[in-house]
Design a protein around this ligand. Structure first.
Ligand code: NIG
Ligand code: FE
Length: 390
């Protein structure tokens, strides 16, 4: 195995509180990292770095762990430009637009879907994302959902079955029969290809009882739950997530004090998706309220053609800092270690001996510039599993 020393890092976010001043970001200045194959072998001050087979000069730039995007919907065809245009002229977002993408996705070939996933992943990688979760949810038949998961699984281990995105248009008259399909034949066909099961718990999609039935059936098949919860309105999703020990409750835009208390007491991460509020001109989730209550917060893109067509975590970080009350340090933690927590992973999102060698070098002296210089392509180099990708 060859070792690589990346040195001359002006400022390094490790997310290891044992490093630096003991803050959650574990910030080191004048730092170095040694990569050994796919893993991190050493992290510390540059003047104490051990020798390695090759040396890479970071030229005084900042480095951070690769972003962990714990929520995306990349297996789809087409886009929803017209719907976006209409929204920007005042129309409201609703779950109904999902049907447009379902029709386009069903009509697409495997090769077209595969090409789309590859393209959006490449976009994300260029912006520093080294791990991503992605979902089905635009097929809504047994065959189309299983196909989406098979395609997703070629690109990531973090695959989520979202047959319960909306009630399939084919079952518009009989939603109960659709829930039966999702918890029966569709789940049987999809469970082997996925790690997670998700439900869009919302008016116009699935109510609390339906969501509980679907997630419980998924758990019985060995899938772990996560929930689209409290996005468009107040509802039962967040408390159900905690009750079922879901890894994550995603969106969390409309929260009561009881929802916040439940999150603070449980192990469910609140995953905030500011791209969705940006692209639907909706109210921002209150990250400050969650953080002050002691809730673990993740930031993700929600990349999808309807509510949030961005693959950029730097963009989401800038929004979270500007509009959701997060400090730059908190936002960067949430897009790296927070995303890892939302996927219940300890091998990514942190740079310490033994974790995966995933990191981004920024064309900036500090990670704060990700929020301070919004819209500027600051991700200069991306290393994933010890290999330079960008
Ligand atoms: O997370 N909320 C449900 N699903 C997606 C939107 C999907 C779509 O509009 O196509 C979301 O925002
Ligand atoms: Fe989503």
């Amino acid at each position: 195995m060859t070792t690589t020393l990346i040195t001359n890092i002006a400022s390094l976010v490790t997310n290891d509180p044992a490093q630096g001043d003991g803050s959650p970001l574990g910030l080191l200045t004048d730092a170095a990292v040694v990569l050994d194959g796919e893993t991190i072998a050493w992290v510390g001050p540059a003047d104490k770095a051990p020798a390695a087979d090759t040396v890479h000069d970071a030229q005084g730039r900042a480095a951070i762990p690769g972003f962990v995007d714990s929520h995306s919907h990349l297996v789809f065809a087409g886009d929803r430009t017209q719907e976006f245009n209409a929204r920007m002229s005042g129309r409201a977002y609703s779950a109904g637009g999902i049907r447009t993408t379902v029709a386009a996705t069903r009509a697409a070939t495997d090769a077209e879907l595969e090409a789309n996933v590859t393209r959006y992943l490449r976009e994300a990688l260029r912006q520093g994302t080294t791990t991503f979760e992605t979902k089905s949810g635009y097929g809504l038949t047994t065959e189309d959902e299983a196909r989406a998961l098979r395609i997703a699984a070629r690109h990531t281990d973090e695959v989520t079955f979202l047959g319960a995105h909306i009630v399939s248009p084919d079952y518009a008259e009989d939603p109960a029969a659709y829930v039966e399909l999702v918890t029966g034949e569709m789940l049987d066909a999809c469970a082997p290809h996925a790690r997670w099961i998700d439900v869009f718990c919302e008016k116009g999609a699935f109510d609390g009882d339906q969501a509980r039935a679907i997630l419980t059936a998924g758990k019985a098949k060995g899938l772990h739950p996560r929930i689209h919860a409290n996005q468009l309105s107040y509802g039962p999703g967040v408390q159900l997530a905690v009750e079922l020990d879901a890894a994550s409750a995603d969106h969390c835009t409309h929260l009561t004090d009881a929802d916040i208390d439940a999150l603070a007491q449980g192990d469910t991460v609140a995953t905030l998706l500011p791209g969705a509020e940006f692209s639907t001109r909706a109210q921002w989730p209150d990250a400050r309220r969650l953080l002050d209550a002691g809730v673990t917060v993740a930031l993700s893109t929600d990349c999808n053609p309807g509510s949030s067509f961005t693959s950029s975590l730097p963009f989401c970080i800038a929004l979270a800092v500007r509009d959701m009350g997060m400090t730059p340090d908190e936002a960067i933690w949430s897009a790296t270690a927070g995303g890892a927590a939302a996927l219940r992973r300890t091998d990514i999102g942190t740079l310490r001996e033994g974790t995966r060698a995933d990191l981004a070098l920024l064309d900036a002296p500090s990670h704060v510039h990700l929020a301070y210089r919004p819209g500027v392509p600051l991700v200069g180099e991306v290393w994933r599993k010890g290999e330079r990708q960008v």
